[in-house]
Design a protein. Sequence first.
Length: 329
Amino acid sequence: DILVGTPVPQRVSVIVDTGSTLTAFTCTECNDCGKHLDAHFDFSRSSSAKWMPCGFDCDGCRHNVCHYRQSYTEGSTIEGSRFIDYASLGDAFQGNPPVKVHLGCHTLETRLFYQQKANGIFGMAPGDFHKDTVLEEFYKDMDHINAKIFAMCLSNEGGLLTVGGYNTSVNAAGASGVVQWVKMTVQKYYGITLKSLSVQGVSEQIISGRFGRTFVDSGTTFTYFPEGLYNNLKNSISAYCQQNEQCGSIPAGSCWKIQGGSLARFPNIKFVLSGDVAVSWTPSAYLYEKNEGFYCYGFESNGRVLETVLGATWMIRRNVIFDVSGKQL
């Protein structure tokens, strides 16, 4: 949640997206917006809200106000007007300080943005040299934030976002809760190096090859691999299950019919990252219940695009820490 405006802040719910930079949400002026968790933001109720004048970083200009239009990979589009106002992260009881930031007020949303529960999006990808993102504007509040770090721990029903550091209390106990760091590039996206995959079992098969550019994107629901690697991964899981009583399930294409809903007999998938850091992808993350008793893969083919996108299904149930200034994940 983000609280926006003065004197009485209005709450807007947003999805966190490390793959884009725009932070925007529905407003009362929008006639082409869906119904969401919170009421549309009412610009007229905020005494500190100011429309942003036209400039070089606008997608257009309407009535002397900066206009934006943003399309996303899955086909959704949002557009509207940019404004400046005070915003704070979280709900009122958390007492986080407000910071003056640049936001967007939807006048149109389509497809998933129209259908989703959240009112908008919080773009957390790195900005370019001439335009700060809302995240970077929060970093400038040096009275309260002294490190360019943020962390997110996603769950099936939400999660925890921390800005200015990370919360170790959400980490698992013991060795599995030790923070492991890998090098990260910070240029338009948060990129890491993926060296290999393997389906863990008696005869562990290494899946390596051309992963292409690999980046972490919380705004992408599934995880995407280049087509050849995607097929190899699916085949390796199938081969494991064929050797292990079908993992207690009945195969059905890219899904499995599982009696009782237990995924305990499916294998873990090991990712080896730069510096030979190894992390496991558990069945409860790479499989999701599509229909009652039917669990499907939470990863897809990226076709001929030589690019690996580690989406929300890869991030879920991890405390993923983005050390922006240290360029490590």
